[in-house]
Write a protein that binds this ligand. Structure first.
Ligand code: FAD
Length: 311
């Protein structure tokens, strides 16, 4: 119960400007953030990519930032992705890399936001395709799901490798998997990082976990390319057996994990011959991302507080 309350508080804090100023001003925060965010610059992201690629992992890179407030902000985010793609290419590690975009950072919530975000994402998808990279559209809170899936479908007409994300805490997800079957889309499956109302989302962890297992089976049986994004070893075991049952070889699905969360589990997947992709977030706007990682796992808060105490 305590950890549930803590998680709720952290989720609220992730959207509060006052909490943001307080957390950002702790001198020690940066050190703790480093565990989950390898740096603030494009060069830091490229450096982290080199290291991961050298150990047999693929990457998906996220330029941190969400909810831009104006067109200039959305264009700046698009440009940051284009700069990143160019830098990956110059470093010789573009082929096989993926970039993860938040449509809210591309202008989705602005007036006429669907068109703006679609255009920005299409420019990035075009630049990515030219370099042998792919694009995945992160999923944000439940109010954005219809729009994000529709934009994914629209982009796939030109760039078939554009991926979407489905969250198993949402009650609608089994239906969304059924709708996407036949599209051949790259689909990342996650439990869901946003606190959602009971009307649209399962509230108990055990229910979300069961929904995740069923969704693994459904995705593996579909013609989509499953990207099983979790740090939960039980779910990874389930994915391995569901892939075998569906007759999928190791090149027809992948596992994904967030940078810094469970490197030893990443290594185990690599050693067992599975495709493993690591999600690398970078940039100055790390607050929302960082707070969701704390909310997911109260032990991370203890880690944060210990670092504060020892500063
Ligand atoms: P859990 O049951 O939460 O955790 C299982 C175990 O993993 C824990 O016991 C712990 O050992 C470890 N663990 C989990 N989280 C942490 C952590 N923060 N720190 C340390 N250890 C941890 N969510 C979205 O809503 N939209 C997205 O687009 C999205 N993209 C994602 C992309 C990737 C590659 C990944 C891995 C996750 C993404 N998520 C996204 C987050 C996801 O929804 C979950 O919130 C998150 O992955 C935690 O759930 P879990 O599946 O790891 O399982």
């Amino acid at each position: 119960a305590l950890s549930h309350t803590l998680s709720h508080t952290l989720n609220r804090a992730s959207r509060s400007a006052r909490a943001r100023r307080a957390v950002e001003s702790f001198p020690v925060t940066r050190r703790v953030v480093d565990r989950f965010v390898p740096g603030e610059t494009t060069a830091d992201a490229v450096e982290a990519t080199r290291g991961l690629v050298a150990t047999g992992r693929a990457v998906t890179i996220d330029v941190l930032g969400e909810d831009v407030l104006d067109l200039a902000g959305a264009r700046a985010m698009r440009d940051a992705y284009r700069t990143l793609l160019t830098a990956l290419d110059e470093a010789g590690c573009a082929a096989g890399a993926d970039v993860s975009l938040k449509l809210s950072a591309m202008g989705q919530a602005l007036p006429d936001g669907t068109t703006i975000a679609t255009d920005h994402a299409a420019e990035i998808a075009g630049a990515a395709a030219a370099l042998g990279c792919t694009v995945t559209l992160d999923m944000e809170d439940h109010t954005t799901v219809d729009s994000t899936l529709a934009i994914g479908n629209a982009l796939r007409a030109t760039y078939p490798s554009v991926g979407n994300v489905l969250q198993t805490n949402l009650r609608r997800t089994p239906g969304d998997i059924a709708d996407l079957d036949g599209s051949g889309a790259r689909i990342r499956l996650v439990k869901g990082a946003y606190r959602e109302p009971e009307s649209v989302a399962l509230q108990r962890k055990v229910e979300v976990d069961h929904a995740y297992e069923r969704a693994i089976d459904a995705l593996m049986a579909s013609d989509c390319y499953p990207m099983i994004a979790t740090h939960d070893p039980a779910m990874l075991d389930r994915a391995v057996s569901a892939a075998v049952a569906a007759g999928r070889g190791a090149d027809r699905w992948e596992a994904q994990m967030l940078y810094g969360v469970r490197p030893e589990l990443e290594q185990r997947m690599v050693d067992d011959g599975h495709r493993m992709r690591v999600y690398i977030p970078f940039g100055t706007d790390w607050y929302g991302y960082f707070m969701r990682r704390l909310a997911e796992r109260p032990a991370n808060v203890a880690f944060f507080l210990r670092a504060l105490a020892h500063r």
